[in-house]
Design a protein around this ligand. Structure first.
Ligand SMILES: Cc1cc2nc3c(=O)[nH]c(=O)nc-3n(C[C@H](O)[C@H](O)[C@H](O)COP(=O)(O)OP(=O)(O)OC[C@H]3O[C@@H](n4cnc5c(N)ncnc54)[C@H](O)[C@@H]3O)c2cc1C
Length: 285
């Protein structure tokens, strides 16, 4: 099937892009970024935007760098940019490890980090990273600019706090300290498939005990989120298999898993428990 007819717009600046979006958003006008989710949906006529605002010609959205202790990721930065560490220390290594799990190489050369966050697939790896590391989303529209914290940004499957006329111009991820340990683990049926469940864990060691633990779960619920109950289990404890198992159990108890014919809720709960334990073990290794 071919996409339904649409009008194509190619702005050269952010100001032009948000002005066009303001005009066309009421007629289901959409931003076109990497097109790796939107174009297949259009080809299947699951999405019928009357207008596309293609941001690929907006050079200022290619920004990628550290500013005031945050990694700034512009709307046109592709997944492939993270194949090699984009920042020294654990954040660069974490992003490089996670990037390898997203789809396949050709898709990663087109898809954008911000596009993943705008699309908000519950099984998106970047959404899990943003939720676990408390990223800030910077939205621009003709009404101005606003910053949305990850905790309020992800609202449900394919649903975010972005309004139809807002461009997700950049995402700001706090740079994590050099002594932060991290572990990421995901399970999917085949390499490149969306995750059935995944977990990201980070913590520091202070006098041999866990400090500032962060545990995020993705794929298992309608949106990724930090699991406070698991973080409370870890805080102040010596790292080890017993406490990791207890934290993984806390995740399994806390989540309300998606339930579908292929992956029933009980199965997803078991998988996220295993992914959390492995992520914590990997952080400790
Ligand atoms: C075979 C295949 C396997 C895949 N596997 C995975 C996977 O394992 N993990 C994963 O996370 N993803 C996976 N993806 C999805 C891929 O990463 C998507 O490209 C990504 O989720 C969306 O990024 P994009 O830049 O292509 O966005 P687009 O497809 O261009 O846009 C997606 C949606 O977001 C909106 N949008 C995009 N950018 C912005 C912006 N800056 N501001 C406001 N709205 C915006 C668009 O209007 C559209 O509604 C897969 C895709 C394919 C085709």
């Amino acid at each position: 099937m071919k996409p339904a007819p649409f009008v194509y717009h190619a702005p050269k600046t952010v100001e032009e892009a948000i002005a066009m979006l303001a005009t066309v958003a009421p007629q289901d006008g959409r931003i076109l970024a990497g097109g790796q989710s939107l174009v297949p949906a259009m080809a299947l006529r699951l999405a019928l935007p009357a207008h596309l605002v293609d941001i690929n010609g907006v050079r200022s959205l290619e920004r990628l760098g550290v500013e005031n202790g945050e990694l700034v990721i512009g709307a046109c930065v592709r997944h492939a940019a993270f194949h090699r560490p984009v920042v020294d220390g654990p954040l660069g290594a974490l992003l490089a490890q996670v990037a390898r799990h997203i789809a396949h190489y050709p898709i990663r050369t087109r898809s954008t980090f911000c596009g993943s966050l705008a699309n908000a697939d519950p099984a998106s790896e970047w959404c899990l990273v943003a939720a676990t590391l408390n990223a800030q989303m910077v939205a621009r529209s003709m009404r101005g600019s606003r910053t949305i914290a990850a905790a309020g940004y992800f609202q449900g499957p394919m649903t975010t706090a972005l309004a139809a006329d807002e461009l997700l111009a950049e995402v700001r991820v706090p740079v994590i300290s050099a002594d932060t340990r991290f572990g990421f683990c995901e399970f999917s049926r085949r390499a490149g498939d969306f995750a059935i469940a995944m977990a990201l864990a980070t913590y520091r060691l202070r006098n041999g005990v866990i400090a500032e633990p962060r545990v995020g779960a993705g794929g298992v619920e309608g949106r990724p989120r930090r699991i406070a109950a698991a973080e409370a289990v870890l805080e102040g404890q010596r790292p080890g298999s017993e406490v990791f198992r207890a934290a993984a159990d806390a995740v399994a108890r806390s989540v309300e898993p998606l339930n579908d014919i292929r992956y029933p809720a009980a199965y997803r709960r078991d998988v996220v428990r295993a992914m959390t334990r492995r992520a914590l073990e990997s952080a400790a290794a």
